[in-house]
Design a protein around this ligand. Structure first.
Ligand code: COI
Length: 353
């Protein structure tokens, strides 16, 4: 793929790596590529990070025709840079594209573009403990048209953000509220796609939960409001009677790449993994009997985040005494060990820059 490069007039100062937070700081450059019906994807550029000019009628601003991904670049001990399962992110981006009637991108081109951008921006991959360069590929519909139709013009861009932990708690267990009023996704909807609207629809519930002292909500299925689905930013796992349970992918849950990695790591540790429908009432009953030994969420941004407390209506469940359980810790150590190149990578998930 051919692309043009526009040099920035002035590079930014790098931030204090001990105070990065998540997704607030952006690097000097971004990758952009345009799509036009009849022309396909064209005009690939690496250019200075800057605001876009968008027509106020751009369809993404009205009808949310957009998809995105989240992945990370990791600084290794020898000063190198690792990427983790990046091709899987671009494959999933295309799955989301199909659902949102957005033209797919060539995954090889996208990966090439990302690697070129990262070469330019290598100095931005942080090295402080638990920090990474968070990567956000996104496609938006840019047609200046108010009809509700698939757009004929799109913009694909990749931006980079040096980041620390997603939750201010870091790896410390979080409090999660089981949402029984709002729903996130329904059968036949867009729950499995990584599209902005899923997140917009979750914000109100998240706000209320936060006002009540919870970090996030755990969504139940949109039909019966009975089966555990996901926490918008993470897939969920529960250690029950020596088995690792996670909600089966059903079309309304994001098929997390970290979820898949955790399943494979757990299998490698001989931990039986059960993908199934998890009834929230059963979960709380098992919890009351002390049989839910651990709960944790998985996601690119969240990595592995232990859940210490769950609240469902008037029922409260404390899990692992509100501490990080041994399985969550082992999976976290193993996953991040592979990502940061501290451990061998038997699954061939990592590529170097
Ligand atoms: C990620 O984990 O990368 C996500 O995209 C979740 C998020 C909305 C921060």
């Amino acid at each position: 793929m051919e692309y043009s490069f526009t040099k920035s007039q002035q590079l930014k100062n790098k931030p204090d790596e001990s105070r990065l937070g998540f997704g607030r700081i952006f690097t000097d450059y971004m990758f952009t590529m345009e799509y036009k019906k009849g022309e396909g994807w064209h005009n690939a550029e690496i250019r200075p990070y800057a605001p876009f000019m968008l027509d106020p009628s751009a369809s993404v601003l009205h009808y949310s025709q957009s998809v995105f991904e989240g992945l990370k670049a990791y600084r290794t001990a020898d000063g190198g840079v690792n990427l983790f399962r990046a091709r899987d992110n671009f494959k999933r981006l295309n799955t989301s594209c199909v659902r949102l009637s957005i033209p797919e991108i060539d995954a090889d081109d996208a990966l090439f573009a990302l690697r070129e951008l990262l070469r330019v921006e290598e100095r931005w991959v942080p090295s402080a403990p638990d920090t990474t360069l968070y990567i956000r590929p996104t496609i938006i519909a840019t047609d200046p048209f108010l009809g509700v139709h698939a757009a004929e013009q799109y913009l694909f861009f990749i931006i980079l953000s040096p980041s620390g932990a997603y939750y201010p708690e870091g790896m410390a267990p979080v409090r999660i509220y089981v949402e029984d009023a709002f729903v996130r996704a329904v059968r036949g909807g867009v729950g499995f796609a990584k599209t902005g609207g899923n997140y917009a629809a979750s914000i109100r519930a998240g706000d209320i939960a936060q006002e009540n002292g919870f970090a996030q909500v755990l969504w139940l299925d949109g039909v019966e409001q009975r089966y555990v689905e996901e926490v918008g930013s993470m897939n969920m796992f529960f250690m029950v009677d020596g088995e690792l349970w996670t909600p089966a992918l059903n079309g309304s849950i994001l098929p997390g790449i970290t979820r898949d990695s955790v399943i494979r790591l757990a299998n490698g540790f001989q931990i039986p993994v059960i993908e199934k429908k998890i009834d929230v009432n059963e979960l709380f009953e098992l919890g009351a009997q002390g049989r839910v030994r651990e709960a944790f969420g998985t996601g690119t941004a969240a990595v592995i985040s232990p859940v210490g407390w769950l609240q469902y209506r008037d029922r409260a469940l404390t899990i692992a005494d509100g501490k990080t359980g041994p399985i969550a810790q082992k999976l976290y150590d193993s996953l991040t060990g592979i990502q940061f190149g501290r451990q061998p990578d038997p699954y061939h998930w990592v590529e170097t820059l």
